[in-house]
Design a protein around this ligand. Structure first.
Ligand code: AMP
Ligand code: ZN
Length: 137
């Protein structure tokens, strides 16, 4: 499979690795949004949240928790954004699931995760909430 992140896991292309276990690999993003920006991925290829197994997603989440703690200790950011994009419509570029860990400092100029709040239609919100609840299996 021609997947750049699978190639990183298999050491076919270089990366700056910071963490590895049975299921998970983490490495520095080479186009960092901020100092310390890193990516946490499952070793087994899965394009998005819909393809990854629950066990691998739990492992990625657990490693993300460990790594966020290490980032805090190493760089002392004033905040951290976690981002995980699924599908082109959500701006995912590399189709191998990854969690971005982005350290944040006040006034760092990043506009990610910054949006204007607009009050929604409560009836519509309730109906959609019910629709999702009913779809749980
Ligand atoms: P996304 O939009 O969530 O799919 O983001 C993909 C991320 O992968 C971007 O932040 C890229 O900078 C990063 N990226 C792409 N290729 C590499 C690579 N070879 N090594 C490290 N990071 C990469
Ligand atoms: Zn892959």
């Amino acid at each position: 499979m021609d997947c750049i992140f699978c190639k990183i896991v298999n050491n076919e292309i270089p990366s700056i690795k910071v963490y590895e276990d049975d299921r998970v690999f983490a490495f520095m993003d080479i186009n960092p949004l901020n100092e310390g920006h890193l990516l946490v991925i499952p070793k087994a290829h899965a394009a998005t949240i819909h393809e990854i197994s629950e066990a691998d997603f739990v492992a990625v989440t657990s490693a993300t928790h460990k790594l966020a703690t290490a980032v805090k200790k190493a760089l002392n950011p004033k905040g951290i954004n976690l981002m995980q994009l699924n599908g082109k419509a959500a701006n995912q570029v590399v189709p191998h699931l990854h969690v971005h860990i982005v350290p944040r400092w006040s006034g760092d100029g990043l506009t990610i995760c910054k949006w204007e709040l607009t009050a929604g239609d409560m009836e519509k919100i309730k109906a959609v909430g019910r629709q999702i609840e009913n779809a749980l299996t």
